[in-house]
Write a protein that binds this ligand. Structure first.
Ligand code: GLC
Ligand code: CA
Length: 584
């Protein structure tokens, strides 16, 4: 049984972010997961929080830990059970914290270890769990290990990384996704060798073949787990295992590198070792970014009998419609249905439609034009919170935040965008189509500051934000949505409460209906005798949908993103209408 919650569709009291007394008085939207339960991570809802953009507390334009602490009442008010924090460790920020120079220090821009301890305590006091990012496919080139390794071929840290001595000639081709030249080997003069970096050249890959490196990682994990954190999201983990002889990979391209690097030798030995040495000693969750090349490989990460990780998230869902202006709903349905059935008997997966590497979900999968933005954002949140698996909600999506508007490359901050532009400048190419694609898919779209209110810089900072605030903050912001009982935010709260009150929405069997319908995504969730029907009109036009024979609605819908619903043998659905109703 799940913890019982009170459905909350009332706007929460607007509170002053810095007032401790109002924060303490914040009324929880729901109770949280059952702490002691071994698989609490199946019942929780994860809120992904991008610290750089959440709340600045000291006016330097960069979000920080004190800023998050000042907003804990808000996290509680929306009912999240677990927060996944993007990296907050010491980092020169070539890739916004995904290049770590000290795994046991907090990035000074974000605060101190004392701030971290206060944050963790504040979360736990509110029944919110904390999951940290673990970025160990690579470190920063400014990590002490790498500084020592690059200084001498006999450094004790030399084998923490991959080197190709220049006397062996040019290394076998390896593709780098962020490099200006797309070359994953960087020549390093002091030791006349190349080092490997499949991300930027400031992110040298760590050598997992070296047992000493693996022990270092285990110790880093213990350091944070002993502080009391509740788990790890393991960054780029599908790439960590590599054949150190670097056999040729002919035909390596931008399109196939991810598959080519996936699932290298001993990957699962490393995961089993992590489980045995570290994870099994704590009641925490572990989630891998990336899940192998297919559902069969994904299962290898999370089959409980294998004792590796708890859950994994795949890229096929967020990948639907990538590099194109449109997508087909039938593709989205096919992908989510395939992944659900692969995990129907065992294993567990994450459900997500966006994150800090993707465009805003409402701009990609919904319709962010003013007439449809709110309805489509509510529909997408209904989808996320009513599928089987653990929902991952990316911060700002609960407000229906959209892709931003950037004027030229100087507005972009992402290393991927800037280096891709440098390459375009070198090689020549169509700037208009480059910027068209960047406007739609740049990772900066989802990294713009959180829109708290209509004051300057959306209430994110009193200084100059590190990345421009989306100009639509004047209309789309948390303060405005608090006051509006029909806002995306209040719909999110209500949907969250409904999920947390009904085990059928967590564990119930998922069955797709009307697979070929290009506009309607409909499915049932069934547990024992309880059956729930979810009907989502994924289009900006009204559509009618006939109830399948044998499905009879009972009572009023539990969820509906419009004030009314015309329902007899057919449902007359408004644009982006999303309804959930119990059926028999
Ligand atoms: C993951 C992260 C991404 C980062 C990359 C390298 O894909 O989600 O933001 O750039 O790994 O660490
Ligand atoms: Ca700051």
């Amino acid at each position: 049984m799940l913890a019982l919650t009170t459905a909350c569709n009332q706007p929460a009291k607007t509170e002053n972010a810095t007032s401790a007394s109002t924060a303490a008085a914040a009324k929880p939207a729901s109770t949280t997961v059952l702490d002691k339960k071994a698989d609490w991570w199946k019942e929780t809802v994860v809120y992904q929080l991008y610290p750089r953009s959440f709340q600045d507390s000291n006016g330097d334009g960069v979000g920080d830990l004190k800023g998050i602490i000042s907003r804990l009442y808000y996290l509680k008010s929306i009912g999240v059970g677990t927060v996944w924090l993007n990296p907050i460790y010491a980092s020169p920020n070539d890739d916004n914290g995904y290049d770590i120079s000290d795994y046991r220090q907090i990035m000074p821009e974000f605060g101190t270890m004392a701030d971290f301890d206060a944050l963790l305590k504040g979360m736990h006091q509110r029944g919110i769990k904390l999951v940290m990012d673990l970025v160990v496919n690579h470190s920063s080139d400014e990590h002490a290990w790498f500084k020592s390794a690059r200084a001498s071929r006999t450094s004790p840290y030399r084998d923490y990384y991959y080197w190709w001595p220049a006397e062996k000639g040019t290394p076998p081709k390896r593709y780098s996704t962020f490099d200006v030249k797309k070359d994953a080997w960087q020549y390093d003069a002091p030791t006349k060798s190349y080092y490997l970096h499949i991300f930027s050249k400031k992110q040298p890959d760590l050598n997992w073949n070296n047992p000493k490196l693996r022990q270092e990682v285990h110790n880093i994990m213990r350091f944070w787990l002993d502080k009391g954190i509740d788990g790890f999201r393991m960054d780029a983990f599908q790439f960590v295992a590599k054949d150190p002889t670097f056999p040729p990979m002919p035909g390596l391209t931008e399109q196939n590198y991810a598959n080519a690097y996936n699932h290298g030798p001993h990957l699962h030995d490393y995961l089993k070792e992590i489980n045995q040495e570290v994870l099994s000693h704590y009641n925490v969750m572990s989630v891998a970014e990336g899940a192998g090349r297919n559902v069969t490989e994904a299962m290898l990460f999370v089959d409980p009998a294998r004792k590796e990780l708890d859950m994994t998230y795949h890229f096929e869902g967020v990948g639907v419609g990538s590099n194109s202006d449109t997508y087909k709903l039938t593709d989205l349905k096919r992908v989510f249905t395939k992944w659900d059935s692969a995990f129907a008997q065992k294993g567990w997966q994450a459900i997500d439609l966006g994150n800090h590497d993707q465009p805003r979900m409402v701009s990609k999968f919904g319709d962010d034009r003013p007439a449809f933005r709110a309805a489509s954002a509510k529909l997408l949140n209904t989808f996320l919170l009513t599928m089987r698996g653990t929902p991952y909600c990316y911060n700002g999506d609960e407000l229906g935040m959209t892709n931003s508007r950037f004027n030229g490359i100087a507005d972009y901050r992402d290393v991927a965008a800037r280096n891709a532009y440098a390459l375009l400048k070198q090689q020549g190419g169509n700037e208009a189509s480059f910027f068209h694609s960047l406007a739609r898919f740049s990772r900066d779209n989802s990294r713009t500051p959180f829109q708290w209110d209509a004051t300057a810089n959306a209430g994110f900072t009193t200084g100059t934000p590190w990345l421009k605030v989306n100009p639509n903050y004047v209309a789309i912001n948390r303060a405005a949505e608090e006051k509006d009982s029909s806002s995306v935010l209040n719909h999110f709260r209500h949907t969250m409460a409904v999920r947390q009150a009904h085990a059928v929405l967590v564990y119930g069997r998922y069955q797709l209906l009307d697979a070929a319908n290009p506009y309607i995504y409909a499915y049932t969730r069934t547990q024992g005798t309880e059956k729930i029907l979810v009907v989502l009109n994924f289009s900006s036009a009204p559509r009618s949908w006939s109830l399948p024979a044998g499905l009879k609605p009972i009572g009023k819908p539990w969820l509906n993103n419009y004030p009314t619903l015309k329902m007899d043998a057919t449902l007359a659905l408004q644009p982006w209408q999303a309804v959930l109703v119990k059926v028999q």
